[in-house]
Design a protein around this ligand. Structure first.
Ligand SMILES: [Mn+2]
Length: 335
């Protein structure tokens, strides 16, 4: 990326790892989003162009809304037998985000190429190509594609643009720069359909998602500039919602102009709670997520806690109140 920090980033080490690995295992994060799936499939295409036969893995299935992406059927949730000589982690801010497909007993001795754009990345790889200024992990892969002179065909451009579009909510986030728009333009020129990606990747939802959203909005709690809500396992049953997202709930909460920080507490299986946090411009929830063992970006971050919904709220809400108070103080003293 064209920033003053470019020289300190290990582009050459990353390129060398990609060229040396004969049988790479590529992993993206559990509960995959558009950038996770787009990165995984784009990296698969890049490696195939280099003559490799990569294994593409994700703990959870590719959501059906991303089934327009080429080769999505190749993603496995169980890592097959076979000897790998390189692990590539995509869009994961820590090792744990890779989920069960990263079997440390089997893989910890291998070189690990960590490619990510989360500011909270723990640099857990052997090579850490972590670029927080990138709007998506696919933007970093685009740069690798350029440096390796891999031809930009329609499938590759579609995967790359999917990450860029979904992580920026269709170019609406604060990290969208002229360079991001230039890359998007090149990907569209290469044949990626912006319309398809926006519709399938961001806009369309099943009716059950709207029902779940309605339940979540009806439980909204507001305290000053803080808003939160919760999604229970029983809500999924009642609404028939099959996806593992919050159906856009946290995005709706932060869209209220009075709200500076929003959170959704989502009950998941195995007695855990996933917490999604959002911050309005000028506020930052990545620090709270990092303290709770998660990670993310200033405007969007998350973590997973063991225990009940009530226990999660009791632990997280005081931290969010404190972050909000501190950041509001900081803003006032700037004037
Ligand atoms: Mn991402």
């Amino acid at each position: 990326m064209k920033t003053s920090k470019t020289t300190s980033l290990p582009w050459n080490e990353a390129l060398r790892a990609l060229q040396q690995g004969r049988s790479p295992l590529v992993i993206t994060h559990r509960s995959p989003d558009g950038d996770a799936v787009g990165s995984l499939l784009a990296m698969g295409l890049l490696l195939k162009a280099l003559g490799r036969r990569p294994t593409l893995a994700c703990q959870d299935p590719v959501p059906t809304r991303f089934h327009y992406l080429p080769h999505h059927q190749e993603v496995v949730s169980e890592v097959p037998e076979g000897s790998f000589d390189l692990v590539i982690s995509l869009d994961c801010s820590d090792r744990e985000r890779m989920g069960q497909v990263y079997d440390a007993d089997r893989l910890a001795s291998l070189p690990l190429l960590n490619i990510d754009h989360h500011v909270t990345n723990l640099n857990f790889g052997t090579v850490n190509l972590v670029v927080p200024t990138a709007a998506s992990t696919t933007q970093i892969i685009y740069e690798l594609v350029q440096r390796l002179s891999v031809p930009l065909d329609v499938p590759l451009a579609t995967c790359l643009l999917t990450g860029l579009v979904t992580d920026t909510l269709a170019f609406r986030t604060a990290n969208v720069t002229p360079q991001v728009m230039e890359i998007a333009l090149r990907l569209i020129r290469a044949g990626a359909s912006l319309y398809t990606i926006v519709q399938r990747g961001l806009v369309e939802q099943p009716l059950s998602a709207l029902r779940l959203l309605a339940v979540g909005l009806s439980r909204m709690q507001v305290e000053g500039h803080l808003a939160w809500s919760e999604v229970r396992l029983a809500d999924r049953e009642a609404t028939g919602y099959q996806g593992d997202s919050d159906a856009g709930l946290v995005g709706r909460l932060i869209s209220a102009e009075e709200i500076r920080i929003a959170a959704v507490f989502k009950e998941v299986k195995d007695g855990r709670v996933e917490i999604s946090m959002r911050a309005a411009p000028g506020y930052d929830v990545s620090g709270v997520a990092l303290r709770l063992g998660g990670g993310g970006h200033p405007a969007a971050a998350g973590c997973t806690l063991n225990g009940s919904l009530e226990a999660a709220k009791a632990r997280v809400l005081p931290l969010l109140r404190a972050a909000l108070a501190e950041q509001e103080d900081g803003r006032h003293s700037e004037h």
